[in-house]
Ligand binder design. Sequence first.
Ligand code: PHE
Length: 292
Amino acid sequence: NGEITQFIKQIPSVKDEKRKQMGVLLNDTKKTIEDAIKNQSSIINHQSSVIDSEWFDITLPGLKPPQGHLHLITYAIKEIAAIFEKIGFNRVAYPEVEWDWYAFEGLNMPENHPARDEWETFFIQDLLHPKYGAAVLTPHTSSGQLREMSRLKKPPIRMLNIAKCYRRQIDASHAPMFYQFDGLVIQEDINITHLKGTLDYFVKQYFGPKKESRIRPFHFQFTEPSFEVDVTCIVCGGKGCKICKGGWMELGGAGMVHPIVLKNGGIDPTKYTGFAFGWGVERVLMMKYKID
Ligand code: PHE
């Protein structure tokens, strides 16, 4: 019943030539209006779909960006360094490519000494120092002990050397590159109780207040006496289990610095004494978090 339809109904009553004109006019008008409606609704549809896709609920919690983290070894090194820095140890870094003298000879392990076999060493080809011998990839952080003694020349020395070490060994529990940390304290009247106190302090700080340390007699060429340090088993808490040895887990080596090593470092062994210890970063980290 629209207005256009009313006009169309009137067409038959219009005179001949005008009837044709009227028909054309009405058709054009109808089409113009239809096009205008179509056009308008497509604009409206488009706008509402844009609004749909842009709409968001501002009360929803935001998307959290993915978060990275430091390498676990980096964390462990930071933690170990902080523990020892608190009691006055000074963090140092020494070369990874080291002369034989610092890694062995100066540590009371002369050439061909069987004790060297324990440090399955990588040698650098065709590199020889007239005084310090062959170049090696340092097999332990103890090489830093002689470097620190020669650098400071005079006690007190409280060194913490954390570095990469290299040995020719690969199996389930050994990697050719790993990290160690060596502690060295040299001063007047340093004795085993200072070593034991420091070990206890570290063990409690790093593994927890209920953990204890113990020392067992051992042998190293560069310490006398030498010890192996154990910590209360992380898994059973000391009762004894499949993983530990009677409630204890092995941590690493320690001892009183050998007088020959003090002398090699330029320190008077009749005036000063010292202790040293050296453990694996991966090892203490894996123990702490019970990583198999
Ligand atoms: N350097 C020894 C090792 O790699 C550990 C150690 C350090 C022992 C210091 C005694 C004193 O096994």
